[in-house]
Design a protein around this ligand. Structure first.
Ligand code: PEP
Length: 249
């Protein structure tokens, strides 16, 4: 089963127009490595400008509301992101599940709204450190995945990002065996829901991926790419990850 590697930067609440040159530089990296699909999920305020300069990388948002419109001060609909130039949106990042108390049902509804608006979706799941220490990480994350996955999920528009919460922004990662076991468990969970299309669906790893560990992580059979926070903020740090994905692809 060949799944094109997908490397997506998540800029979180980082980036002003002054960083547009960095986006152009990352876009050039994407152009140089056509085997890899490269994307950048920037703050909503940058989507329009970023999509104006990105030729090879796609631009995405980091969240959308599940409703099309209405009295939701400060929120953005999927159609608004699309109009601004986004092709993709992240749903259910653990920072939103924690900070904004988003439930798995909310995440599934957001994914449906995004798809209806014509966006692709990167759906995030992951365990806490206590859940991993308790020895049931695969079961917990598989259940979270099935609770967050919309009924009409399909590999053509939705990818999964497995992001252990304790590995995000900490410089710590699970062992390669743990990542391998989790990604295989998630593929099985997907198979139970969407059948054979599970083999087409990309499952990204996220959590302190960097130039030093990307090669090993991306060599794991069921790791189809990466969702990258800190190491995506500059082209210099992002380049070795895109290169590793190209070599692994
Ligand atoms: C993320 O925000 O999705 C992430 C994986 O962050 P970092 O790479 O900084 O751990």
């Amino acid at each position: 089963m060949s799944r094109r590697k997908l490397i997506v930067g998540n800029w979180k609440m980082n980036g002003l127009l002054a960083q547009i040159g960095e986006i152009e530089a990352i876009d050039r990296l994407a152009q140089e490595k056509p085997k890899v699909e490269v994307g950048l999920c920037v703050p909503a305020t940058l989507i329009h400008a970023a999509s104006g300069v990105a030729r090879s990388a796609f631009i995405g948002g980091q969240d959308c509301h599940m409703k099309d419109s209405g009295a939701h001060t400060g929120c953005l609909s999927a159609a608004m992101l699309k109009e601004a130039g986004a092709k993709t949106v992240i749903a259910g990042h653990s920072e939103r599940r924690t900070d904004q108390h988003e439930t798995s049902a909310d995440v599934a509804a957001k994914a449906v709204a995004a798809h209806q608006a014509g966006l692709n979706v990167i759906l995030c799941v992951g365990e806490t450190e206590a859940e991993r220490d308790a020895g049931n990480a695969e079961a917990v994350v598989s259940e979270q995945l099935l609770d967050s996955l919309p009924q009409n999920a399909a590999a053509a528009w939705l990818s999964i990002a497995y992001e252990p919460i304790w590995a995000i922004g900490t410089g710590r990662t699970p062992t390669m065996e743990e990542v391998d076991r989790m990604h295989r468990a998630l593929r099985e969970a997907l198979r139970s829901r969407i059948g054979a299309d599970a083999d087409n669906m990309r499952i990204l790893y996220g959590g302190s991926m960097n130039g030093a560990n990307a090669g090993d992580l991306l060599a794991i059979a069921d790791v189809d790419g990466g969702l990258v926070g800190g190491a995506s903020l500059t082209a210099e740090k992002f380049a070795p990850i895109i290169e590793a994905a190209s070599a692994a692809g």
